[in-house]
Design a protein. Structure first.
Length: 138
């Protein structure tokens, strides 16, 4: 793969991750989040069962919104490590998410890692899997 294409792909993957964070911060809009995944993609927080398929991912994200515990979330990602191999890629990130608890108004923080697997489908990068490892809550 040439250097220019590698940079183009890495940028497209970083933009995809930014759209994911924006969708989560848009009150966990399940439709917006699910649109970023391949049809049988999965979202997996390591302390929970994996959520498999676009429809299930949308429903899960909406369930976070409907539970009402999180408002005004802000995802911040850093330390991107993106590796592209043809139409497949991996991307590892550090993240910090802040949010306001609706019941108390208190601000909370979650720190952890994202480990993403991606696939290019018809020229567009999509998530195959997002794995979330929560390392600290406060």
């Amino acid at each position: 793969m040439d250097t220019l294409q590698s940079l183009i792909d890495s940028n497209a993957i970083a933009q995809l991750k930014a759209r994911y964070c924006d969708a989560c911060d848009n009150d966990h809009d399940g439709d917006q989040v699910a649109a970023l995944f391949m049809e049988q993609g999965s979202w997996h927080r390591l302390d929970q069962d994996a959520v498999i398929g676009k429809q299930a991912i949308a429903e899960y994200m909406f369930s976070i919104r409907d539970a009402g515990g999180i408002t005004r979330s802000a995802h911040m990602i850093s330390n991107p490590n993106i590796t592209v191999s043809g139409d497949h890629a991996t991307a590892n990130w550090r993240f910090m998410m802040t949010y306001t608890a609706t019941d108390t108004g208190a601000m909370h923080t979650i720190i952890g890692r994202y480990e993403d697997k991606l696939i290019r489908v018809e020229g567009q990068w999509l998530f195959k899997t997002i794995t979330v490892a929560v390392e600290q809550r406060g």
